[in-house]
Write a protein that binds this ligand. Structure first.
Ligand code: PEP
Ligand code: MN
Length: 354
């Protein structure tokens, strides 16, 4: 791991158009991004994975020459998406500084392995986007495949997860997944892609700030000199000036501080949390002992373990109580579901013992 590699920089900003459209567009965007003074790396899609046929699929290899020109002109480092061995070879040939594996590729172990094989023996720097579906194992598998061929400088991009139907997001963030990845791979920098999470321009600031509050190292944001005319992802792209405004309003936080009193006060509050957690576990265990008794009663009376109407009643009751205690419906639902599933597991065990 080369600590001087750009991907380990704090406050890393990668920006650029979704797609490289023409040499002129790319050089103009690169120049404006450089002028903002806040951008480290220019991104541009050269090969675009499109959901439907007929759309613009990127300029292909000739676009690499434009990227390389933009690098010479501005001094910005350059990054592009690769989806197969040929892309890797071409991108490295044009000295692309950072390759990223797109969400639709991370999902496919054949493709990831094909890319890994092409990267073997190189010193490439690679960012891995989360897979489109919320399967953490595929994300982990992609890291492992790259590590196995000796790639040392790896970063992760959180771009959210797709789902059916209209949601508030283009790709729901499901923050638990990147948080778990950060726990499993504390050395690997996590970068947020608010553009593909939001799918619009209005929520970029908010999502970017949440990611910084979660100690992400940087952002990758789609930026175009004329977003309304962009050939791909026009709804979510912003001009370099708007990017600068967003950047200026961000609050970057440090992971800790030596300021007097902070550590002592934090330790005291954390001790309180630990005591509450101990109490909660004791209470949950007592609750499960009661479930066990109920399980025996149901077994002896040949009654089903699942009692849907009772479950409904418990859930409704707790949702109402939770609301009065300022606990969100989503949280109460997830918490009660976890308790209910464990309770069913215990009652099923009793049934098996009969
Ligand atoms: C992109 O960055 O333009 C892109 C295609 O992203 P994703 O792989 O996250 O969909
Ligand atoms: Mn895009």
């Amino acid at each position: 791991m080369d600590k001087n590699n750009i991907i380990y920089k704090e406050k890393l900003i990668i920006a650029g158009p979704c797609s490289a459209e023409s040499e002129e567009q790319l050089l103009k965007t690169a120049t404006e991004l450089k002028t903002t003074g806040v951008v480290d790396v220019l991104r541009a899609g050269i090969w675009k994975p499109r959901t439907n046929p007929g759309g613009f699929e990127g300029p292909g290899t000739r676009g690499l020459a434009w990227l390389s020109k933009a690098k010479d002109l501005t001094g910005l480092k350059i990054a592009t998406e690769v989806a197969n061995d040929k892309h890797v070879e071409d991108a490295l040939h044009f000295n692309v500084d950072i390759l990223w594996i797109g969400a639709r590729t991370t999902v496919n172990p054949f493709s990831v392995q094909n890319i890994a094989d092409a990267l073997k023996g190189t010193k490439a720097t690679v960012l891995i986007k989360n897979p489109v579906n919320p399967d953490i194992k595929l994300w982990i598998g992609a890291i492992e495949r790259l590590q196995k061929v000796g790639i040392e400088n790896i970063g992760l991009i959180h771009r959210g997860f797709s789902s059916y139907g209209n949601t508030q997001y283009r790709n729901a963030p499901i923050w638990q997944i990147p948080i778990e990845m950060k726990r499993l791979f504390p050395e690997i920098p996590m970068i947020c892609d608010p553009s593909h999470i939001c799918g619009n321009r209005t929520n970029l600031q908010e999502i970017s700030q949440i990611s910084l509050d979660l100690a992400y190292r940087g952002l990758i944001i789609e930026s175009h000199t004329n977003p309304d005319e962009a050939w791909t992802d026009k709804d979510q792209q912003i001009t370099p000036n708007v990017l600068k405004d967003i950047y200026n309003q961000l609050i970057w936080k440090s992971s800790s501080t030596n300021q007097s009193g902070y550590l002592q006060e934090l330790a005291a509050l954390r001790e309180q949390i630990n005591l509450y957690d101990d109490d909660l576990l004791r209470l949950i265990s007592s609750r499960m002992k009661v479930s066990e008794k109920i399980g025996k009663l149901k077994r002896d009376n040949a009654v089903t373990v699942l009692q849907s109407s009772r479950w409904n009643e418990i859930l409704e009751r707790m949702l109402q109580k939770g609301e009065k205690l300022d606990l969100s419906n989503d949280f109460i639902k997830a918490y009660m579901e976890a308790l209910h599933v464990e309770s069913i597991r215990i009652q099923e065990l009793i049934k098996e013992l009969s």
